[in-house]
Write a protein that binds this ligand. Structure first.
Ligand code: SF4
Ligand code: SF4
Length: 306
């Protein structure tokens, strides 16, 4: 049973390396250490999180499919009775990766597909052509059908406002649920011009729903405020040596304040920070957790990062 709301959903960063060069990603500004999660770290983290009953999602500021152990580790979490999701992008679905991913049987796959407009897509994802990305996505859809839950996530930037209706109906026609999320500044780290208009910081001051309902752990096992922390300065603790309950307690302590004490939060226009913490205790089992996520998804409050 999950002891605290902040551990219902945990993003696990297998690596903060990536071969893509997405325009909406500030990854090049990372100054905390870069690397790949070791087997020892994964075993420690997954033991604790599976025991806790957290939904683990391989994502973060890097490409989980770039990690050589990704498929084995998905299988391992499932074998140990845990729930696992993964966020992928078409650039990494080369070779037999879609087949390997589906064969590993994650509980869910979120495919990032920023836009259905060829020109916009290729501006946002310069390392892959639109036709190749679409064909790889179709392959994944075909392989996942009936076996693995798949959803597609697009991004609304200043260049493709108004795309949502077409986007959702296109994927719906293929039997795949989808949504588009507003591009935001990733804690003030996204500085490329002409992609999005920063929201008023006043609107977003105060507490953070994402922080309350979610935990982010780096490839080194460090718990940070969220994946927008590119410096490591928001460190809350480490899941290598500390218990989930201790980290949860620290997060609860921070949540009692009127606002989070981290400078990255003061420049953050992440829409998910407006999520409201539900009343009562966190879900007691898998069924309740799944119901919670269905409700969250219906209300538009999704947890996955692009
Ligand atoms: S958005 Fe994801 S896939 Fe794109 S460059 Fe950043 S980490 Fe890589
Ligand atoms: S306010 Fe923004 S930067 Fe701070 S924890 Fe929430 S999402 Fe992360």
């Amino acid at each position: 049973m999950v002891s605290d709301w902040s551990f219902v959903s945990v993003d696990m960063e297998l690596t903060n390396s990536c071969l893509c060069d997405c325009l909406i990603c500030p990854r090049e500004a990372i100054v905390r250490p870069t690397g790949f999660m070791t087997e020892e770290t994964f075993d420690t983290l997954s033991d604790k999180l599976v025991r806790e009953g957290s939904l683990i999602t391989f994502s973060g500021m890097g490409d989980p499919l770039f990690h050589p152990m990704v498929f084995d580790w998905i299988k391992s979490v499932r074998l140990n009775g845990g729930a696992i999701g993964i966020v992928v992008n078409p650039t990494s679905l080369h070779g037999h990766n879609s087949r390997k991913l589906v064969d590993a049987r994650p509980n869910s796959i979120t495919l990032s597909f920023p836009s259905l407009q060829k020109k916009i897509f290729e501006q946002l994802c310069p390392n892959i052509s639109f036709p190749v990305a679409l064909s790889r996505s179709m392959e994944l859809i075909g392989l996942a059908r009936g076996d693995v839950g798949l959803r597609i996530q697009g991004v609304l930037t200043d260049r493709n406002r108004g795309e949502t209706e077409h986007f959702v109906s296109y994927w719906k026609g293929l039997g795949v649920p989808s949504s588009m999320v507003a591009c935001h500044g990733r804690g003030g780290n996204l500085r490329k011009p002409g992609i999005y208009t920063p929201e008023s910081l006043e609107i977003f001051s105060g507490r953070c729903g994402l922080f309350s309902l979610h935990t982010f752990v780096t490839w080194e096992g460090e718990v940070l405020s969220c994946c927008h922390d590119l410096t490591g300065s928001t460190r809350i603790g480490t899941l290598i040596t500390e218990d989930v309950s201790l980290i949860a307690e620290r997060k609860q302590g921070l949540n009692k304040k009127d606002s989070l004490p981290f400078s990255v939060c003061r420049q953050c226009d992440e829409p998910l920070r407006r999520c409201v913490l539900p009343q009562g205790s966190p879900p007691v089992g898998k069924k309740e957790r799944n119901r919670f996520f269905r409700e969250v998804s219906r209300s538009g409050r999704v947890f996955k990062n692009v």
